[in-house]
Design a protein around this ligand. Structure first.
Ligand SMILES: C[S@@+](CC[C@H](N)C(=O)[O-])C[C@H]1O[C@@H](n2cnc3c(N)ncnc32)[C@H](O)[C@@H]1O
Length: 241
């Protein structure tokens, strides 16, 4: 006997949780964002105000690029945003965004990040300072004074999910530790970091490390996250350098 084809109901008609998902999806489409994730960063920004005009920002795991759109708009024409992802990102019309394809954990990618900072300094109108010369005051007061470091690092990096929660959250935590390593090397003193993490038993290891590096740690679950997802965002402020 011929097997009946399986009918997959559209998500919106399925369960209440998915209706929420679709609201953000349609909002993103209407606002011209490449993904619904844009609203997660917008809500984090509303709560914390960590993105400021003129900042130089590194966005890890940036594809397809909705965070880059939010960052570009908020830092403005004098700010700069560098995105990196394993996947290719379609070009943007905004001149303050640059992207490259790479694994954020590789030394080649770290070199690309440093090259970008060098380019920003070479633009001419900026003042190059070492961490020591710049001190910690300037990040909030005057991001136009450029050092060899990023003012802000954002990470929406997520591992390929396996469906096994323990493995997924472990992989996410390991990626967060990589993000913290990048911050140790490339974040300016006083700088801030936002990173996604899948909540689970390895979260404490990440928070412990973050606490040794930053003055203030906060976790946020924006409304735009799916109700049933176990993702949260760790906002780390005041890098001790
Ligand atoms: C949820 S998506 C990011 C969405 C993005 N914030 C946006 O608004 O469009 C997570 C991304 O992390 C990327 N990723 C995972 N591991 C990575 C790694 N080691 N290096 C760079 N990107 C990585 C994935 O390729 C994926 O595109």
């Amino acid at each position: 006997m011929k097997k009946k084809p399986k009918i997959i109901a559209p998500r919106v008609a399925n369960k209440a949780g998915y209706q929420v998902q679709d609201v953000w999806f349609h909002k993103a489409k209407a606002a011209g964002y490449r993904a619904r994730s844009a609203f997660k960063l917008i809500q984090i920004q509303e709560e914390t105000g960590i993105i400021k005009p003129d900042m130089v920002v590194l966005d890890l795991g940036c594809a397809p690029g909705s965070w880059l759109q939010v960052l570009s708009k908020t830092v403005g024409p004098e700010g700069r945003v560098l995105g990196i992802d394993l996947q290719n990102v379609d070009k943007f019309p905004q001149k303050n965004i640059k992207t490259f394809v790479g694994d954020m954990t590789s030394s080649d990618s770290h070199q690309e990040m440093k090259n970008f900072l060098r380019e920003v300094q070479m633009e001419g109108k900026e003042i190059e300072k070492t961490k020591e010369e710049a001190g910690v005051w300037w990040v909030n007061d005057n991001p136009k004074i450029r050092t060899r470091y990023f003012h802000l690092i954002t990470s929406d990096v997520a591992p390929k999910t396996t469906g096994r929660n323990d493995d997924d959250q472990y992989n996410s935590a390991m990626l967060c530790l990589e993000v913290l390593k990048i911050a140790e090397e490339l974040l300016a003193p006083g700088g801030n970091l936002v990173m996604k993490i899948f909540v689970g038993r390895d979260l404490s290891q990440v928070l412990q490390k973050a606490k040794t590096m930053f003055n203030k740690i906060q976790t946020i679950k924006p409304d735009a996250c799916r109700d049933r997802s176990f993702e949260e965002y760790v906002v780390c402020r005041g890098f001790r350098g």
